[in-house]
Design a binder for this molecule. Structure first.
Ligand code: LHQ
Length: 261
């Protein structure tokens, strides 16, 4: 598929989406928001894509909203409408897409760029990457799901401090706080993220998708509701070809050949 502001390719079971406005540190203009959403939907539909890598071209993951593009809209533009029509759809698509999304955080993730990074299921960061809630620098509150994701991932006080200081949080600190799963040398990030995503793509991806659903929906449930929902989803997983294959492979002492069905 050809896009203007992102790159999209599917290979070895992995769809890779690369935010591609490096001269603007991959700031999101309307086109990039729309194309990212479109690519996520394409990856959701495509059986050949069993996991997804989301990354940025150049030295940044994303610097968030393109402030020049937003300024051009003039005083009358509603931020709420912009969020609803753009970032909310991207973030919802990421969370409801039942395939694992690996954020390969190659550089700074600021503002809404941080929100998009947080909506990935796992984050692998380059040692040169950083996270910054740039919003308060321009008198805004965090958006794009940051207020929902970040306290859940790193705890309220650290999240609140990140919001009000807008300080850059280094990859090393992000690892210590559980904001990223791994930190790797910058030059090895594409290769390592691709290898992780390929390994996921060879796994029981139906179960991986249902796990994502159980955990994401579980945030808002009581224990009793979560147990019941888990049982329901396990019933679905238990009827899958991958479940039969996994048990057969174990008993036959051979590696499983999962198909995601
Ligand atoms: C940019 C941007 C950018 C445009 C770098 N826009 N050009 C939602 C709805 C509606 C309204 C508002 O917001 C939101 C949500 C949000 O995302 S709010 C937060 C928006 N983001 C920011 O406030 C971050 C702005 N960027 C920065 O603070 C810096 O660029 C960071 C700290 C990310 C990186 O700093 P440097 O490494 O020193 O790079 P730089 O500032 O020199 O940027 C390189 C170029 O990229 C430069 O362009 P130029 O033509 O001068 O080379 C910047 O203007 C451009 N750029 N971020 N968000």
């Amino acid at each position: 598929m050809t896009y203007e502001t992102i790159l999209y390719e599917v290979a070895d079971g992995v769809a890779t989406i690369t935010l591609n406005r490096p001269s603007k540190l991959n700031a999101f203009n309307d086109a990039m928001i729309g194309e990212t959403l479109d690519a996520l939907k394409a990856a959701a539909r495509d059986d050949a894509a069993r996991s997804i890598v989301l990354t940025g071209a150049g030295r940044a993951f994303s610097s968030g909203q393109d402030l020049a593009a937003f300024q051009e809209r003039g005083e009358g533009g509603s931020i709420a409408e912009h969020l609803r029509h753009g970032y909310h759809r991207v973030v919802r698509q990421m969370v409801t897409l039942e395939k694992p999304i690996v954020g390969a955080i190659n550089g700074i993730a600021a503002g809404a760029g941080c929100g998009v990074a947080l909506a990935a299921d796992m984050r692998i960061a380059a040692d040169s990457a950083s996270f910054m809630l740039a919003f308060s620098r321009i008198g805004l509150i965090p958006d794009s799901g940051v207020n929902w994701f970040l306290p859940r991932i790193i705890g309220y006080s650290r999240a609140y401090e990140m919001a009000v200081t807008a300080d850059r949080v280094s990859a090393a600190t992000a690892l210590e706080w559980g904001l990223v799963n791994r930190v790797v040398p910058a030059e090895q990030l594409p290769e390592i993220a691709a290898a992780v995503a390929r390994q996921l793509a060879e796994g029981p991806t139906l179960a991986f998708g249902l796990t994502k659903r159980a955990m994401q929906r579980g945030w808002g449930m009581s224990l009793d509701e979560a147990l019941e929902y888990e049982a329901y989803l396990q019933e679905v997983a238990g009827r899958s070809a991958d479940n039969r294959e996994g048990i057969a492979a174990f008993l036959e002492k051979r590696p499983p050949n999962f198909t995601g069905r």
